[in-house]
Write a protein that binds this ligand. Structure first.
Ligand SMILES: Nc1ncnc2c1ncn2[C@@H]1O[C@H](COP(=O)(O)OP(=O)(O)OP(=O)(O)O)[C@@H](O)[C@H]1O
Ligand SMILES: [Mg+2]
Length: 356
């Protein structure tokens, strides 16, 4: 059952006439009789969505068959929400901002030799979403992007190979698992056993295309995976610097700088010194945050936009939460402000982002 219903356009005249016919001199009188807001009655009479229970109650009081007058179009599922806080954004059209960081990182990746980058940011700041965006934006068809969304970051994007590695994935936590996965992505034969030496032999001198390995949650790799030791990372560094004709780069995501991270986790590998550029993720700019907010399929009132900008501190996940809550209530035809209290509650677990 849909959460809200609206009167089908062809019944609107009949519905309006039924008010007088049933002895209600005004919308207010009907609203008072039912103990609901006049605004809800007005929406009902004008074919706007109202809560399902209110719809049934008003229809019955006006002697109307609610199933007959309800717009059938309302029973189709609503379009997917653009606001999905929680899971990292993988579809580029739902990713906003980070233009400065994108420009810098793509500059490192479009020149030869490719250079390495580190993305640093607090928990929930948007690191994984940015890695996915790097991987996808240059090859996503324009029809699947927002109008005017920049995607021409690389001269020949189809030549690039992107390998996304989530080190939280148990399969990536052993040498064999991780190296086998990289070879699979490169469409290279996987030796048996797939150890470090055989991997180095397989890849050295054979990378003809620019290849970017995106390492998410690298801290987990360092803390919890004894097989991914200094020797392992040193070999990867050597591969990138000596044996791939400048065609291999790493982009890693971590809550702290790679050098700090290596120190904290008792690693000394020079691998962590090769990240010549690091981007620290903060809040979005005001323009970027507004772009995210105005991507709502139902436009938000101006004072809500201002409230969302202030409360979120323009952090992407907080914007997503507040926008989702607002959209939710607008879809239900609510115009009052009580959604704000619920939205603030939902934001609670992530307030750490707002601390300096
Ligand atoms: N640029 C962005 N545009 C739109 N939404 C974003 C953006 N960046 C992050 N988000 C939102 O913030 C949420 C958290 O992002 P993400 O999971 O990428 O952060 P993270 O830094 O990888 O978090 P964690 O430290 O928990 O791994 C996502 O679910 C997404 O809704
Ligand atoms: Mg993440």
């Amino acid at each position: 059952m849909p959460r809200s219903l609206k009167v089908a356009p062809k019944y609107i005249v009949k519905v309006k006439q039924s008010l007088q016919r049933n002895g209600f001199p005004s919308q207010q009188v009907l609203a008072d009789t039912l103990g609901i807001a006049r605004d809800t009655v007005s929406k009902f009479l004008n074919g706007k969505p109202v809560d399902y229970l209110n719809f049934v109650e008003i229809s019955e009081r006006l002697g109307l068959n609610w199933q007959q007058i309800a717009s059938k179009e309302e029973t189709t599922p609503p379009p997917p929400s653009p606001f999905i806080p929680g899971i990292p954004t993988t579809q580029p059209r739902y990713f906003f901002g980070r233009q400065r960081e994108l420009k810098r990182i793509f500059d490192l990746l479009k020149r030869h030799p490719l250079q390495n980058a580190a993305i640093i940011g607090k928990r929930r700041s948007g690191k994984t979403s940015l890695l996915h965006y790097l991987k996808n934006i240059t090859t996503t068809p324009a029809a699947q992007l927002r109008p005017n969304q920049k995607s021409d970051w690389l001269p020949n994007p189809e030549n690039y190979r992107w390998i996304f590695v989530d080190l939280q994935d148990a399969r990536m936590q052993s040498r064999e698992g991780l190296l086998g996965y990289i070879l699979e992505c490169l469409e290279m034969p996987i030796p048996n056993p797939c150890d470090l030496d055989k991997f180095m032999d397989a890849v050295s001198g054979k990378l003809q295309k620019p290849t970017v390995i995106l390492l998410d949650e690298i801290g987990v790799g360092l803390q919890r995976c004894p097989e991914l030791d200094d020797g392992f990372w040193e070999s990867l560094r050597s591969l990138a610097t000596n044996y791939t004709q400048g065609n291999l780069a790493f982009v890693l995501a971590t809550p702290e700088s790679p050098i700090e991270l290596a120190r904290h986790t008792g690693h000394s590998s020079p691998f962590f010194n090769i990240f010549g550029y690091s981007a620290t993720l903060g809040a979005l700019t005001e323009v970027e945050a507004r772009e995210l907010i105005t991507s709502s399929p139902i436009p938000f009132p101006e004072d809500d936009i201002e409230w969302i900008l202030t409360q979120s501190g323009r952090w992407a996940i907080l914007l997503q939460i507040l926008c989702r809550e607002r959209l939710f209530t607008l879809e239900d035809g609510e115009t009052e402000d009580n959604w704000r209290e619920e939205a603030l509650q939902q934001m609670q677990p992530f307030l750490g982002l707002l601390e300096a």
